[in-house]
Design a protein around this ligand. Structure first.
Ligand code: GAL
Length: 816
């Protein structure tokens, strides 16, 4: 509820805003604008007076790798995406107001890949090897105030290759902020909110608040003038509508150390619980006063929920049994590379939500903080993962080299940064760690679990394991894991209650099945496992580096989608699964070598177009009626074509070719799809699903004629003029009748006018070597994608797509 006081302060804020802003106890400003960038090493650039006028000007987040050209020369292994890496420098000049002289000023980086080194006005602040950690430096004592310019320089070194098993991106690829606080303020990630007891009538909320006091100012709880340093801490809990629901005051708290932690407890009546369906968020506003002067205001969003793993019955959230229906995601955003963009992540999550997915595993590293905010807001559970390797490396130049010096800091920082997110329900200390195979696994697992538990004992610790013979798995034998995560091994799930008695298990990674969108090989009813016992290598694959989109190809260590889902569905003791992966990602183009350069594992392709299996999950994971028919209907006459359908909320489906019935099919037993083997003739396939004799849904696929025109479909037509917002425009190549031409591969050229830029183009083809930053793209299997980004200027944006022999198309957007 807004009261008179709020209105007066709002009015005051409006009238006095510049001065008011300076007097704010804490400001956190976007520090992404107008950096200078140099692609290469320039050691003298750390000097404050270095002349960078001819360097490129850009806004962060920035990933220089994604701007490059694919080349075999960039391949240190096939796994990292074949884009350039190397060293880069960033510089920025900025002013700090005189009013900040009495404050503390920090620069916060959400993530820099990798080995970043930072200088302020020529003073070196530090180095941070791990490219996925968030960190900050205090600038205060090196700053110049008023009209004198400050200079910050960042060297990013991603030269030593290979250092990853997937595409990492290079540069300051996540957001940067400048944070100004009073001397006395809540520490970095300085609050920890837990909910020790939750019922539908009442929730107990506990906030631990760490307050920092400048070094040297406090000795034995006394200031330099000998008086005890005390503060009043007032915290208010607000519901999602902004109503105050509880307040606590801690008066005359003595700050006896440079960091003092206090606890405040709140009792909330009739709390609204956070859930997948209703991701309800509260927040706590904490204010710190010293002698009645406001020193800090700090906001902590949180959610109220409880969950339980049960070794026999699986997982429940707020007392409701549910399966974890998850996917693993790497951090790249397709054509945008690793450069963080909130809308791009939100679109990925929207597509997954519509499929019925309810959980994400952040493979295999801490994600961008905005990703977790989105999961909190949209209702996804998150398995937050720290590492892909420990001390024993997986790639020659990887983080294993930094392990001894950094793992404690990196793991602590992940837990501190992320532990207020209601979406996070598990901490994963590693993926397929090599130490699981020897006794060092015991010590390290115990050490890591202990680091996590000291900072958060409310969530279980897991690790994604591969060795499922208990005696041979030293991570398991450490006894320090709360939940066992197993990658693959779906045939063993049934035995787990015997092999791992009284242990909760989740399938931390499944599938690794392979598809290229819109590509179909006949016949479809035999399974190809790539590697052991299957086609030995790529030479047995397709000459155009494609994998069939029927769900019948997989890496030999994995399974088809159906194989694993059937077992997970069957066993209540399996808490759920994380499919490898939600989206195709750059790098790891298993089983193909160059020129394949991105993965085949996604349920959606790199451009975000669903592959057919998307609808398999939608039919199993949502309540909405689903009917999906494939493949396309353009084949040589007389060819034998397998026609598949996924359906739900129906008893049967019937297929017609040119109005002639090809028969009724029903899923029997644990079937997940139905199939007809059809001798091809051109025309129209029509499928009808029926329940109780009444038709539920109808779908048709018709033989496409000659390619005639372009169709543009923007996922959003009204955008924000904030220089960040995106519209994803799907480009379809259609025939005269409006059918998608399933093999169209026209070169589409884009012309953009108005207040936007073309942020990237893609077509989802794993072996396309066209650049992502371009104003053209070939269609692949009838489709491609253009991503439009707004500028800071309002106005219209118009995208025109042209191609030889096709009628062009225009789409108009508004940016405001
Ligand atoms: C797993 C690994 C993943 C990815 C996947 C590909 O073993 O954990 O990172 O490499 O294989 O199938």
């Amino acid at each position: 509820m807004r009261n008179a006081y709020t209105y007066i302060s709002l009015l005051l804020a409006l009238v006095t805003s510049p001065i008011f802003a300076q007097n704010e106890p804490r400001t956190a400003v976007d520090f992404n604008h107008s950096w200078k960038f140099f692609p290469g090493d320039e050691p003298t650039a750390k000097a404050p007076d270095f002349a960078d006028a001819d360097w490129r000007t850009l806004n962060l987040p920035h990933d220089w790798s994604i701007e490059g050209q694919f080349s075999e020369q960039h391949l240190s292994t096939t796994q990292e995406g074949a884009l350039p890496t190397g060293i880069g420098w960033y510089r920025k000049a900025f002013l700090i107001p005189v009013s900040s002289k009495t404050k503390r000023v920090f620069i916060e980086f959400d993530g820099v890949y990798r080995n970043s080194e930072v200088w302020i006005n020529g003073h070196r602040l530090g180095i941070r090897p791990y490219g996925y950690s968030s960190f900050r430096y205090e600038l205060t004592k090196h700053l110049k105030f008023g009209s004198e310019k400050n200079s910050i320089a960042v060297r990013v070194d991603n030269a030593a290759q290979p250092n990853s098993r997937w595409y990492t991106g290079s540069g300051i690829y996540r957001n940067v902020r400048l944070v100004t606080t009073s001397k006395m303020a809540v520490a970095q990630w300085g609050t920890f909110v837990t909910t020790p007891t939750v019922t539908s009538q009442k929730a107990q909320v506990l906030a631990q608040i760490s307050i920092q006091n400048p070094l040297g100012r406090v000795k034995d709880g006394r200031r330099s003038d000998g008086k005890p340093e005390t503060v009043d801490v007032i915290s208010t809990v607000l519901d999602a509508a902004g109503n105050k629901v509880a307040t606590q005051t801690s008066s005359s708290v003595q700050l006896t150390d440079t960091l003092t932690t206090i606890a405040q407890q709140f009792d909330l009546q009739n709390p609204i619980l956070w859930s997948i369906e209703k991701p309800y968020l509260y927040k706590i506003i904490t204010r710190i006063y010293s002698q009645n002067r406001l020193e800090d205001t700090y906001e902590t969003p949180f959610g109220i929920r409880y969950f339980k793993f049960d070794s026999a019955t699986g997982f429940s959230l707020n007392g409701q049994p549910m399966k974890i229906l998850g996917v693993c995601l790497h951090h790249d955003l397709g054509a945008l590379g690793a450069a963080v963009n909130r809308r791009a992540m939100q679109r990925q999550l929207e597509l997954l939500k519509a499929m019925g997915c309810n959980a994400i595993r952040t493979a295999h590293n801490p994600p961008a903080p905005e990703f977790l905010d989105l999961c909190d807001e949209m209702g996804f559970l998150v398995m937050d993962e720290a590492f892909d390797m420990w001390k024993k490396k997986k790639s020659k130049q990887d983080y294993g080299l930094n392990w001894d010096a950094w793992h404690k800091t990196d793991l602590e920082d992940m837990v501190r940064r992320d532990r207020n997110h209601p979406s996070i329900f598990m901490w994963s200390i590693g993926n397929e760690i090599r130490e699981q195979f020897d006794s060092t696994g015991i010590t390290i697992t115990k050490e890591l679990a202990d680091i996590v538990k000291k900072l958060d004992s409310t969530r279980p610790v897991t690790s994604a394991l591969t060795e499922n013979i208990p005696e041979k798995n030293f991570i398991y034998r450490s006894g320090a894991l709360d939940i066992l995560g197993f990658n693959y091994k779906h045939e063993a799930y049934g035995d787990f209650p015997k092999t791992f008695p009284n242990q909760s298990v989740i399938a931390s990674e499944t599938g690794s099945s392979l598809q290229t969108r819109g590509h179909y090989d006949m016949p479809s009813d035999s399974v190809r496992m790539w590697g052991k016992g299957g086609p030995a290598k790529f030479r047995d694959g397709n000459p155009d580096w494609t994998a069939s989109a029927y769900d019948n190809e997989a890496a030999y260590w994995g399974s088809t989608h159906e194989q694993t889902w059937k077992v997970i569905r069957k066993y209540p003791h399996m808490a759920g699964l994380f499919i490898w992966t939600g989206f195709d990602y750059l790098g790891e183009p298993h089983p193909y070598p160059w020129p394949a350069r991105s993965s085949y594992f996604g349920i959606l392709d790199l451009a975000g177009f669903p592959k057919d299996v998307y609808y398999l999950y939608q039919s199993e994971w949502t309540d909405k009626p689903v009917l999906h028919l494939f493949p396309h209907w353009n084949w040589p006459k007389g060819e034998t074509v397998d026609v598949w359908a996924y359906y739900s909320q129906a008893d049967e489906v019937e297929l017609f070719l040119n109005d002639k019935s090809l028969g009724i099919r029903r899923k029997n037993g644990d079937d997940l799809h139905v199939m007809w083997r059809v001798s091809y003739e051109p025309g129209t396939l029509r499928i009808v699903s029926r329940k109780g004799g009444k038709s539920v849904l109808t779908r048709t696929v018709s033989t496409a004629g000659k390619p005639a025109k372009i169709q543009l479909i923007a996922d959003r037509n009204t955008l924000k003029a904030d220089g960040k917002d995106l519209s994803f425009v799907t480009v379809n190549v259609l025939d005269e009748q409006g059918n998608l031409v399933p093999d169209a591969n026209h070169l589409i050229t884009f012309g953009l006018k108005g207040s936007g830029t073309l942020a990237g183009v893609d077509n989802g083809y794993q072996a396309s070597l066209e650049p992502f930053k371009a104003n053209y793209r070939k269609a692949y299997n009838g489709k491609c994608l253009a991503i439009i980004q707004t500028t800071d200027n309002t106005g219209t944006i118009s995208l025109k797509a042209t191609a030889e022999g096709l009628q062009s198309a225009v789409v108009e957007l508004i940016s405001k």
